[in-house]
Design a protein around this ligand. Structure first.
Ligand code: PNS
Length: 165
């Protein structure tokens, strides 16, 4: 039998990190002693450029996750399976909100499996209060001058305010 998994990745674009992401990271940490939040340099699922640069997304995620024992935030470029191998992570943990996530995440998990069958994909069901929370919705609200404090940590809300002023 393969050795058990002690290090997992929570990957994403995190443009920007939301309370929904923090929920997934906390739950991944309950399952595993070491969690690396992997911030992708590549484009997100909508295929367009990001609002925040890679450095900004990493800095915001680090600030939002400060003090969470066993959790670190690292940027990555290229394939997720290569990054997992590089840092010695045995699984990817992602959150599922609605059926639409399932279709997309199943495709990602299937592709990752074909690229490296030793990398597990683990899914946690989003807490109901975050079921319809997304970075794109948060960006849209912020760009229209709306209050996003309900959805993101204060440091992220501030960064959004400055980006869209
Ligand atoms: O925030 P997202 O859009 O759900 O994150 C998607 C992400 C970054 C995890 C995914 O696009 C990814 O793994 N990108 C790295 C490139 C890669 O490995 N692609 C092949 C698997 S689909």
């Amino acid at each position: 039998m393969d050795s058990s998994i002690t290090h997992v990745l929570v990957p994403g674009t995190f443009d920007p990190i939301t309370y929904g992401h923090l929920d997934v990271v906390r739950r991944a940490r309950r399952l595993c002693p070491r969690v690396t939040v992997a911030v992708a340099a590549s484009l997100g699922k909508n295929g367009v450029g990001t609002t925040f640069s890679l450095d900004e997304r990493v800095a915001l995620a680090r600030e939002a996750l400060e003090g969470l024992d066993g959790v670190e935030v690292l940027p990555f470029t290229g394939l997720l399976v290569d990054f997992a191998r590089e840092v010695g992570a045995g699984a990817v943990v992602k959150g599922l909100r609605a059926m639409t996530d399932f279709e997309y995440e199943l495709q990602q998990a299937d592709l990752n499996y074909r690229l490296d069958a030793s990398l597990e994909s683990i899914f946690v069901m989003s807490s109901p209060e975050f079921g319809y929370l997304s970075s794109s919705a948060v960006r849209q609200i912020a760009s229209c001058g709306g209050d996003v404090e309900l959805f993101v940590p204060a440091c992220v809300a501030q960064a959004l305010k400055e980006r869209f002023k």
